[in-house]
Design a protein around this ligand. Structure first.
Ligand code: G6P
Length: 365
């Protein structure tokens, strides 16, 4: 079927906007009540000792986010690597290892090569893909579709949130089997996940504020993204999105690492985007933010109502999202990350859906 822009100016805008519906569909494909439905042959986490996750680009940041989930919720050791490094390093892959590959297209050459390297070494090869007929899906023991629908914009958006969704559900399954979360805690998290499409709608409604922030950022030559904990991989994804489509140089740092180098870059010309819901690490992030502002840095703070109230009014701009369980914040905060990049690119007049030098799927090394 031909996919059109459904009234949007760009495919990227359409794909960002459809995330509430797409996520709701993806959830119904994987959940029956509080139980996870996995395609055949399923995955038994009782014998898993280690998870190795490999991907490229945005899919890699989905893996980095999932590391926090698998480690914290399921106490499962996780390694994450970019495919082009992993495949040539000849890393030991031993029994007891599940090797998991995330790829929207399922055709990324480096990711496929990394999968082939693990075949016969790992116990199980799992993939998380959007294209179910892809090479990566076919060569996996278990292929988990993300159900994002066709994604046309080169910069990945809905595929990212749908990858996060599947990885979160898998982490919950690991936690259930390994006994690190009880049934009540799991039911609570699934309830929060089921509420996410509604929160997505609320996040899309703050679009005018994100547009305003993006227009302020657009003239900058360099932009920093900061986050801690679950918000660190999201900061990396926000910086990647901005680079990809607006051609503004952007870098992400874990907020706590700022003082070890990047703070030297801060002046009035370097906007700093901080993702900081009022979670357990909020106060630490705010003190990092104050270090930035004390040096003349201009901060765009993306937070929730409680965070906005306690951070004070010194930020260049504060964008307020709905309150969410901190463990699910990466899904919700993905939307402002995407929208800031989108609006900055539109303000600069770049080719949003077909950015220069980039391809949707990279089937060469
Ligand atoms: C390309 C795309 C990125 C994407 C990456 C991985 O570089 O431009 O948007 O994240 O490939 O693609 P995959 O299909 O493996 O997820």
């Amino acid at each position: 079927a031909r996919v059109d822009k459904a009234g949007h100016k760009h495919f990227m805008a359409k794909e960002i906007a459809e995330q509430p519906v797409v996520l709701a569909n993806a959830l119904s494909a994987y959940l029956s009540g509080d139980s996870l439905i996995l395609p055949e042959p399923g995955l038994d986490f009782t014998k898993v000792e280690r998870l190795v996750m490999v991907a490229c680009g945005t899919a890699y940041y989905a893996c980095l986010t999932a590391k926090y989930w698998f480690e914290r919720l399921a106490r499962l050791p996780v390694e994450v690597d970019i495919a082009s490094e992993f495949r040539y390093r000849e890393p030991p892959v031993t029994k007891g290892t599940v090797a998991l590959f995330v790829s929207q297209s399922g055709e990324t050459a480096d990711t496929l090569a990394a999968l082939r390297y693990c075949a016969g070494k790992a116990d199980t090869i799992v993939s998380v893909v959007n294209v179910e007929t892809s090479s990566i899906a076919r060569e996996s023991d278990l292929a988990l579709p993300i159900h994002a629908g066709v994604e046309i914009g080169v910069a990945s958006t809905k595929a990212f949130t749908c990858q996060l969704n599947v990885l979160f559900l898998l982490a919950l399954e690991a936690a259930r089997v390994r006994g690190t979360l009880d049934a009540h805690e799991i039911a609570q998290l699934i309830g929060s996940l089921r509420a996410m499409p509604g929160l997505f709608n609320a996040a899309l409604a703050v679009d005018p504020a994100l547009d305003q922030a993006a227009r302020k950022i657009a003239p900058a030559r360099d932009v920093l993204f900061l986050g801690r904990g679950y918000m660190y991989p999201l900061a990396l994804e926000g910086a990647l999105k901005l680079k990809e489509i607006s051609y503004i140089h952007a870098e992400a740092y874990a907020s706590g690492e700022l003082k070890h180098g990047p703070i030297a870059l801060i002046d009035k010309d370097v906007p700093v985007v901080v993702f900081a819901p009022k979670d357990s690490l909020f106060d630490k992030t705010v003190s990092n933010m104050q270090e930035v502002m004390a040096r003349g840095g201009k901060v765009v703070l993306v937070t929730d109502a409680a965070g906005a109230a306690s951070a004070g009014a010194d930020a260049w701009q504060t964008v307020v999202l709905p309150t969410v369980d901190e463990r699910l914040a990466p899904l919700l905060y993905a939307l402002p990350a995407q929208l800031i990049a989108y609006h900055a690119a539109v303000a600069k007049g770049t080719d949003v859906d077909q950015p220069r030098n980039l391809a949707k799927s990279v089937t060469v090394e």
